[in-house]
Design a protein around this ligand. Structure first.
Ligand SMILES: Nc1ncnc2c1ncn2[C@@H]1O[C@H](COP(=O)(O)OP(=O)(O)OP(=O)(O)O)[C@@H](O)[C@H]1O
Length: 242
């Protein structure tokens, strides 16, 4: 499934050229407020093209995580239109949402691994929950764990893993369903610069295999390593630099 190899040397690469055709996700004049609070996101209009690679940045509290939640369809906009895979997310029946969400993988800031399950079991969990038989996915899980450099850590529990290793388990779990979009919230927040570069090359490799990638980050040094689209949130508004 994942045949790409991590590159050991690192130059400033350009992500793959985006594919044409309808966007995976389309936002039009989207606004979001929590409860009766102030509007956190205002008038967001943009497309997430197939196979694209972008950083999402902005000061702390600017709304990056909130925007990722909208992209993951775990929040509804308070105004405007969001079309995910061609469908208006406000009119999707509740029982159809999980199937649509499977097309989007997400890596949370705090990993959300289950400490009593091994690395292998954490990654396999989304498939097990859906009732898939282990023999249909076992090889894929092992191959994916090797791809993220955890071939030697397959039967280890999360509490003994390093921050970078946990991050890679969370990435593998987000990828096991082969999503068309990967969202990552501060994926390099807990790792040292060499591991951050390694994770970045993993995301670039994934993008080369066709997945659209959105990385929310404060890390300027990380962004400077790739000639990629930047989405910058300031005071609830979004500017995009191609
Ligand atoms: N569930 C919630 N209820 C009410 N307010 C919220 C909720 N989640 C986030 N907020 C507020 O929305 C604003 C944006 O938060 P968000 O976490 O999206 O920002 P962020 O850019 O990801 O921040 P950071 O870089 O610090 O992670 C903040 O003012 C935050 O307090």
């Amino acid at each position: 499934m994942f045949t790409g190899r991590l590159r050991s040397s690192f130059t400033r690469p350009r992500p793959r050229t985006r594919q044409t055709g309808p966007p995976l996700i389309h936002f039009e004049n989207v606004g979001l407020r929590y409860g009766m609070g102030p509007e956190i996101l205002r008038d967001l209009t943009f497309d997430l093209p197939k196979g694209s690679f972008q950083f999402l940045t902005g000061p702390s509290g600017a709304g990056k995580t909130t925007l990722l939640r909208l992209l993951f369809m775990s929040l509804q906009p308070t105004r405007g239109l969001i079309k995910s895979f061609g469908r208006d997310i406000t009119s999707i029946p509740r029982n159809e949402l999980p199937m649509l969400r499977r097309r989007v993988g997400i890596v949370f800031q705090d990993f959300r691994l289950l400490d009593h399950l091994t690395t292998y079991e954490n990654v396999a969990l989304p498939l097990r929950v859906r009732g898939k038989a282990e023999q249909t996915y076992k090889q894929d899980v092992i191959e994916l764990l090797k791809w993220v450099g955890l071939g030697e850590r397959i039967n280890v529990l999360p509490p003994v893993l390093s921050g970078g290793e946990k991050q890679r388990v969370a990435i593998a779990r987000a990828l096991i369903d082969r999503p068309e979009i990967l969202l990552a919230d501060e994926p390099t927040g807990n790792v040292d610069p060499p591991m951050a570069r390694r994770l970045l090359s993993l995301f670039l490799e994934l993008n080369r295999l066709g997945t659209a990638v959105v990385i929310a980050t404060h890390d300027l040094a990380l962004m400077d390593q790739v000639d990629a689209r930047r989405m910058i949130l300031t005071d609830g508004r979004l500017d995009i630099y191609e």
